[in-house]
Design a protein around this ligand. Structure first.
Ligand SMILES: Cc1cc2nc3c(=O)[nH]c(=O)nc-3n(C[C@H](O)[C@H](O)[C@H](O)COP(=O)(O)OP(=O)(O)OC[C@H]3O[C@@H](n4cnc5c(N)ncnc54)[C@H](O)[C@@H]3O)c2cc1C
Length: 562
């Protein structure tokens, strides 16, 4: 009995934090199982207020660390100041049948501590396009189903942005945006003058620019534009589970958090036709324990949730929980981050900017909207910004004393950059599965990654680079360069799918409320549920789907349906 709760949430990252908040607020005694260590807001941000000279290696990692961790050190934002919020390669092995850079943060709060915080909404097009254009199945929900839940989570999390009235990137419940700098404003005007359908806008980011009462009630305050977010923010200026949803859940008195709890599998009960609980291995002692509940939310992050379901075998489900159609682990997809452009800007040398804006401008998608009229399927959005270079930085190494100081404070010319975030097609052959021979230190089969790019991705990338260069040229940008970084999948840090939502149990694993079609008291509301990727950053959608599913689960429990 002491191991029995109303609800269990697996994982305490972005989506698990929301599940915990919603279920606890609705009065359910909720157990959150987290494989990593505790990270308490404020207390456990050891580098948050350090100056650059206080780091032994001035922010870089030692050569020996880089050699031992070739994978995780590739992650955006990884450094001496943030390393403690990422895993180390040797501790969490997996198998790369094809090269896949799996970026992870295993601790209370998960990757909510180290995410980039971009929060654009999907448009109605992205829910319709995969089926309309023949590159995916039909989503069981539309933009209208999810719009009120976007609003619900945006208000609480605190998302800043402008109301731009674009169909391609709908407006949300936004706090005031960060300003464009003078060059960004100029670029925006020149691009929109030339291209009526291309909109460079102030980005939508999970930063509090003007706290509302709901943010003050969470103990959070305004972003200070320090741009040190990934160290953990002592002001609660950006949204993380640690600063927002988890303490809110704890305040209800209904939350129990167990750390170092590696979920091995979900237990299926033949008699009830539902899941009865989960098996957990203690990360340190390796002791096994079982916990029980009426409802389970799986929020271990997309690929870990696939792993747990595949490992949840029983006589009813020999191939993984809910996996009657054999599609669990298939149709894994991600974002295409391969393309970027850079250039220099003439003029504006009498203007500077103040503070370190932790937000970039965005350009909403302008391809395949409403109909497929390109030689590729899918869409892309872009991030962009302009910055002032440091004067004389190249020569500075030869200087000393006053000359060196002067060269360091002089501002140089302006530069600008732009990079893509493209949709990839969910494909049957892009899959993850369990190794038959290799296990991790907790006796759980290792996950095998078999995911790759295809020709559609190449065509989409080519279009982005061509269009980007044309647009920047039209806006007067000089010395334009284009790059394909040839990154392997995974490093784009938006892995999705494997347990997709759909209308038909023959072609999908989850229904419109994220319940397993064949085991209704298990809800999967992280990236594993994604039927397609769209072009927009996904986490705000996971938050919305999680809140929506939690309300559904509470309703179903009340009706006695679970
Ligand atoms: C550098 C970087 C930048 C990013 N930028 C953005 C961005 O700008 N916008 C955006 O939308 N997204 C961004 N993302 C992606 C974003 O971080 C993820 O989409 C989001 O964190 C997913 O939420 P989640 O709850 O599914 O997983 P996570 O936040 O990863 O949380 C999963 C939790 O589950 C735990 N867990 C895993 N396995 C088990 C197990 N077996 N048992 C118990 N617990 C387990 C983990 O320890 C973790 O705490 C970024 C990611 C990275 C790394």
């Amino acid at each position: 009995m002491s191991n029995t709760y109303d609800a269990i949430v697996i994982g305490s990252g972005i989506s698990g934090g929301w599940a915990a908040k919603e279920l606890c607020e609705k009065g359910l005694k909720t157990l959150v199982l987290e494989r990593g260590r505790m990270v308490e807001h404020l207390k456990d941000y050891p580098t948050a207020t350090k100056n650059p000279w206080e780091f032994p290696h001035r922010g870089k990692m030692s050569d020996s660390f880089l050699k031992e961790n070739p994978l995780i050190t590739k992650a955006a934002g990884f450094g001496e100041d943030t390393a403690h919020f990422f895993i180390e390669d040797k501790d969490h092995p997996y198998v790369q049948e094809k090269e896949f850079d799996w970026i992870r943060g295993y601790q209370v709060g998960g990757k909510s501590l180290i995410w980039g915080r971009a929060c654009p909404r999907w448009s109605s097009n992205e829910f319709i396009a995969p089926a309309r254009d023949g590159y995916g199945i039909e989503w069981p929900i539309s933009y209208d189903d999810v719009a009120p839940w976007y609003s619900y989570v945006e208000r609480f999390a605190g998302i800043c942005g402008n109301k731009d009235g674009l169909a391609t990137m709908p407006d949300g419940e936004y706090l005031p945006p960060f300003d464009f700098n003078c060059v960004e404003k100029d670029l925006q005007q020149k691009i929109s003058r030339k291209y009526k359908d291309r909109h460079m806008i102030q980005g939508r980011w999970a930063h509090i620019t003007k706290p509302q009462q709901i943010h003050l009630d969470q103990g959070r305050s305004s972003c200070q534009s320090r741009d040190l977010c990934m160290r953990g923010c002592p002001f609660g200026g950006y949204f993380s589970s640690n600063s927002s949803t988890l303490p809110w859940a704890e305040r209800t008195g209904n939350l129990t958090m167990k750390t170092h709890a590696v979920v091995h599998s979900i237990i299926y009960d033949d008699k009830t036709g539902n899941a009865s609980g989960v098996r957990v291995i203690d990360a340190i002692t390796h002791q096994a324990t079982e916990y029980f509940s009426k409802v389970i939310f799986l929020n271990a992050s997309a690929l870990n949730s696939n792993l747990i379901l595949l490992n949840s075998t029983s006589s009813r489900f020999p191939n993984g929980l809910g996996n009657d159609n054999g599609l669990l682990g298939r149709y894994v997809c991600h974002h295409n981050y391969r393309g970027s452009l850079g250039g220099s800007i003439e003029g504006f040398e009498d203007v500077y900017y103040y503070g370190r804006k932790p937000a970039e401008s965005m350009m909403a998608n302008f391809r395949n909207f409403g109909k497929n009229d390109m030689d590729f399927v899918g869409t892309y959005m872009s991030f962009m910004g302009a910055y002032r270079t440091r004067g004389n930085s190249d020569e500075a190494t030869d200087l000393i004393g006053a000359d060196l100081k002067r060269s360091m404070i002089e501002a140089g010319p302006w530069g600008m950059y732009m990079y893509m975030q493209g949709e990839t097609v969910p494909k049957y052959d892009n899959r993850v599965y369990l190794s038959q021979t290799e296990k991790d230190p907790w006796g759980i089969p290792k996950l095998v990654m078999d995911v790759s790019y295809d020709n559609n991705d190449e065509l989409l990338l080519k279009d982005f680079l061509t269009q980007g260069a044309e647009m920047l040229d039209a806006a007067g940008v000089k010395n334009i360069s284009t790059h394909d970084n040839h990154w392997a999948p995974g490093r784009d840090i938006h892995e999705m799918g494997g347990c997709r939502m759909g209308k038909d149990a023959k072609t999908s694993l989850l229904n419109a409320y994220n319940q397993l079609h064949h085991c209704k008291n298990v809800y999967v509301t992280d990236g594993a549920c994604m039927t397609s990727t769209a072009n927009q950053s996904p986490s705000i959608l996971y938050m919305a789907l999680t809140a929506r599913a939690a309300h559904h689960a509470v309703g179903e429990l009340k009706k006695g349906n679970l």
